[in-house]
Write a protein that binds this ligand. Structure first.
Ligand code: F6R
Length: 608
């Protein structure tokens, strides 16, 4: 949800800002812009609608260069994608601002500022901040004090970077609800929404706390907390290499990330299982204390991560743990009854999803035992604010459609289930079996990936379709939901998921020869029931696209099927996800959509 980057150096920062924007583009890509202070200390601003590449053409044409600048790539909230709404926003020649987040009281502020004579050129909430700061500067010449004063009037969540000719040797940043990191160099420093943006220039980062304001100059970074006290924040070295966020030989990040799954699943298991045993000590001491007391689990997440939670509910209840799962945007605004000894679990790739974070913060006073997050970004807010973090080690996920994050979330959830099942008397023999099944998973996914060409062929049948129905039962119902979400978000085909048994209660009316029906058919106790449901579809002329276990006898008249072999029930939902990801990918290619950056979406949803 919008990406911001800034730099102050001895050298030209414009190429660094442009590379940072490219790396942040997954957060939003409807428009982009840069503002720099030129050698006469004037603000030069260039903005453009569309992707960062369009901005780059303008920047190259203008030969823009400077040793101090800020830049932004936008995901529209207030105001349509248009150059006038693109950041940076300015108030006269006095300040330029980039912003990630939402200012909730912007309408009131805009009214007040308009009454004072400020002219607005955009519909954004960000321009309000620029004028508010200019207004405060009129009576408070100290730039830092003015920023502090102006920000105290803002209601909402935001990360801001500000430059001004009034203070030409530093930029000022504030973190209040949206992520912001400072990248440390020698004689140069940078800021950005995430570390990936800055990996080409540094590995050393400071993660600001909520409410922090920092002065970032060439030689130093001074940080003040929300009370205005100067504070030290830990400097951390990122282990992520600059190239891990690159596409390599793949045409799209999404394809690369699908194919990375065997490796990142193995990475997520590394040091956590060994010789048929769960190595629970690797979760940490605090985890042990929490899990010892856990009787119930409440899982909160959004989107794909929510689907992972839904699968885990089946797994947890199988071992006797009561589990409820809810999307964060609903949970955070309702009264909840929390049974005694309930563990609050969040699942998130980014660790910055605003609704999930707000749910965690709200849960702190609701009587939960404690919080555990399953997350992919070690430095994220969710990790920092949860009692315990079980990291998914999927590496940077850049494609907007989540793939490897989902499969590694499921792996982490399997580990959690094992830990809780052991406390409920699971035998060492059963533990050994389940651990071995996890151990076999990377190889099984590798085998599924060999079906890529066959799935590409299958995708041809979808190119002209406008709708699709995904069916599943048991833990494969959430997998059907995930399959439908992938297809709709990257191919723009309307897709719905239904529990197969519910079909006859309504959706069967939609089925005809134009309605492809996709279903995973694992060899499980619900198989016969699902096949009966598929018979109902065939009887109405629906076209079936199946992924079945080799052992399964389908006994239907016409369908397309790809068989999967040697799948274990405990990990089958993870394995069956992979062909659905590939199917969506190939359908999107046929449709000619922007696979990695589908329209209207952004990764890391840091606004409500
Ligand atoms: C879909 C997708 C989204 C995210 C959702 C939550 O492919 O990626 O639905 O799963 O926005 O994001 P995280 O997991 O970062 O909290």
């Amino acid at each position: 949800m919008c990406g911001i980057v800034g730099g102050i150096a001895q050298r030209d920062v414009v190429p660094i800002l442009m590379e940072g924007l490219k790396r942040l583009e997954y957060r939003g890509y409807d428009s982009a812009g840069v503002a720099v202070l030129d050698e006469r200390q004037h603000i030069q601003r260039i903005r453009s609608v569309g992707k960062v590449a369009a901005l780059k053409d303008l920047i190259d044409g203008a030969a823009l260069s400077s040793s101090l600048g800020i830049a932004h790539t936008r995901w529209a909230t207030h105001g349509m994608p248009a150059e006038r709404n693109a950041h940076p926003h300015m108030s006269g020649e006095r300040v330029a601002i980039v912003h990630n987040g939402i200012i909730e009281n912007y309408a009131d502020l805009r009214q007040d500022l308009s009454a004072k004579g400020f002219t607005f050129t955009s519909e954004t909430d960000t321009e309000v901040i620029a004028h508010l700061l200019a207004d405060v500067l009129a009576s408070e010449p100290d730039f830092i004090k003015a920023i502090r004063k102006a920000s105290s009037k803002l209601v909402g969540a935001y990360a801001l970077a500000v430059v001004s000719p009034d203070d030409p040797d530093q930029m000022v940043v504030i973190r209040a609800g949206s992520p912001l990191v400072i990248g440390l160099g020698v004689g140069e420093n940078f800021i950005a929404s995430d570390v990936f943006a800055l990996l080409p220039v540094t590995q050393r980062f400071i993660f600001l706390d909520e409410g922090d304001l920092a002065h970032v100059s060439r030689d130093e970074v001074r940080i003040f907390d929300d009370q205005g006290r100067q504070v030290e924040r830990e400097v951390r070295t990122s282990r992520v290499s600059a190239s891990s966020a690159e596409k390599g030989p793949y045409r799209h990040y999404m394809l690369k990330e699908i194919f990375e799954q065997p490796a990142v699943i193995a990475e997520t298991l590394e040091g956590r299982i060994h010789k048929g045993k769960l190595l629970e000590d690797s979760f940490g001491f605090e985890a042990k204390q929490l899990l010892d007391k856990t009787q119930n689990v409440h899982i909160i997440a959004c989107g794909t991560s929510y689907h992972a939670g839904l699968v885990a509910r089946y797994w947890l209840e199988e071992v006797g743990i009561h589990c409820s799962v809810e999307v964060a945007s609903e949970f955070r605004y309702r009264q909840v009854v929390v049974p005694e000894n309930t563990l609050f679990v969040t699942i998130s790739q980014s660790g910055e999803t605003a609704d999930t974070l707000a749910a965690l913060r709200g849960a702190e006073t609701q009587g939960y035992l404690g919080s555990l997050t399953i997350c992919n970004v070690p430095e994220s807010s969710l990790v920092r604010e949860s009692n315990v973090a079980l990291m998914t080690r999927a590496g940077p996920e850049i494609g907007v459609a989540s793939t490897k994050a989902f499969s590694t979330q499921l792996v982490a959830l399997r580990l959690l289930v094992l830990a809780l099942a052991k406390r409920r008397g699971m035998s060492t023999e059963r533990e050994r079996e389940l651990v071995e099944e996890l151990h076999a998973l990377p190889r099984q996914v590798e085998v599924i990936l060999e079906l890529n060409d066959a799935i590409k062929e299958m995708a041809n049948a979808f190119a002209e379709k406008n709708h699709a129905l995904f069916l599943g039962r048991g833990s494969f119902y959430p997998i059907a939901m995930e399959g439908a979400l992938k297809l709709k978000e990257i191919s723009y085909i309307h897709a719905e998921a239904y529990p197969a048994g519910e079909l006859k209660h309504g959706p069967l009316a939609l089925v005809d020869a134009e309605m492809p029906v996709i279903c995973a058919l694992p060899d499980d106790p619900l198989l016969e029931k699902v096949i009966s449901n598929l018979q109902e579809v065939r009887a109405r002329g629906g076209e079936l696209f199946l992924f079945s276990d080799q052992k399964v006898k389908i006994g239907l008249d016409r369908f397309q099927n790809l068989t999967l072999s040697d799948i274990y029930p405990s990990t089958a939902p993870i394995v069956y996800t992979v062909p659905l990801q590939l199917l969506s990918y190939h359908v999107a290619i046929l449709k000619g959509t922007d696979v990695d950056q589908p329209r209207n979406l952004a990764k890391s949803v840091t606004v409500e």
